[in-house]
Design a protein around this ligand. Structure first.
Ligand code: OAD
Length: 245
């Protein structure tokens, strides 16, 4: 690993494991979402076309559940890093790329000046996408009752969540940040879904140092320069402490 003093620009990838201690189910762990539901029913455009009511209800319940959970120590530690790791104070750039559709990174704290350094590559539960006009609107209410789009009024809103077979958001920005990065850190993700699972290999090809923080070794674990196993609520605050010195 590179000495901490040499690190300026950091890209962090987070997955469901970072929100597990907040009480949100992961996808692939025992009892996870993909044991309870068929991916093709609730996370594909074809599933939505077959049974929109089922899909809208699935995401309505998940959006509603966000009201019953709070960010944990790992989200708080990354919020602190976001607040303190700024080019102006001699540190560097930071981008938090999350595969999560929850809003716990944002809610982790007042330190966030803007949401611009958190990128939801798989979309957000609190956003709705209009199938008629393509507008993405902040959304906090159910979609199952087919409310109108705030822009074009068509009752054609779907969850603004990236389904299998669809293109994740803002990949250009992720790759641009990786090209500038000195360190790539992957937190709480199984490394089972592409393109996120490839970020570690992309980073290595670009000469970036790589670190994994996960409950267990992920599928791509061997690609990382260093892998630490444990709960995100323990590992992430300790790592942030190390980085901030
Ligand atoms: P997964 O459920 O595939 O993986 C969660 C990872 O977090 C596993 O490797 C767990 O070992 C780890 N984990 C569980 N509890 C943890 C804890 N307390 N601390 C640290 N790690 C913990 O979730 P993702 O990798 O996020 O995409 O899944 C990637 C994508 O697959 C999701 O964004 C979603 C899903 O299908 C779409 O829906 C498009």
């Amino acid at each position: 690993m590179q000495a901490m003093a040499e690190i300026r620009n950091i890209v962090i990838l987070t997955g469901a494991g970072i929100s597990a201690e907040s009480g949100i189910d992961t996808f692939r762990d025992a009892g996870g979402l993909w044991e309870q539901h068929r991916v093709e029913d609730v996370a594909t455009p074809e599933g939505f076309a077959r049974d929109p009511a089922l899909v809208l209800r699935f995401y309505d319940l998940r959006r509603e559940a966000l009201g019953r959970v709070v960010p944990n120590a790992a989200h708080a530690a990354l919020a602190r890093l976001d607040a303190e790791w700024q080019p102006e104070n001699g540190r560097g750039d930071l981008l938090i790329v999350t595969q999560n559709v929850d809003d716990l990174h944002e809610r982790a704290g007042a330190p966030y000046q803007t949401r611009s350094r958190v990128l939801h590559m798989h979309g957000e539960l609190k956003s709705a996408l209009c199938l008629a006009c393509g507008t993405r609107s902040r959304w906090d209410a159910p979609l199952a009752d087919r409310p109108p789009c705030p822009v074009c009024r068509a009752p054609m809103l779907r969850p603004d969540v990236v389904w299998f077979g669809e293109m994740p958001y803002q990949m250009d920005r992720v790759y641009a940040a990786l090209r500038q990065a000195d360190l790539f850190v992957s937190i709480g993700t199984s490394g089972a879904v592409y393109p996120a699972a490839d970020f570690v290999r992309d980073a290595r090809e670009m000469g970036v140092a790589t670190l994994e923080l996960n409950l267990e070794r992920s599928e791509g674990s061997l690609w990382f320069h260093e892998s630490r196993q444990g709960r995100a609520g323990d590992l992430v605050p300790a790592w942030v402490e190390e980085v901030l010195g």
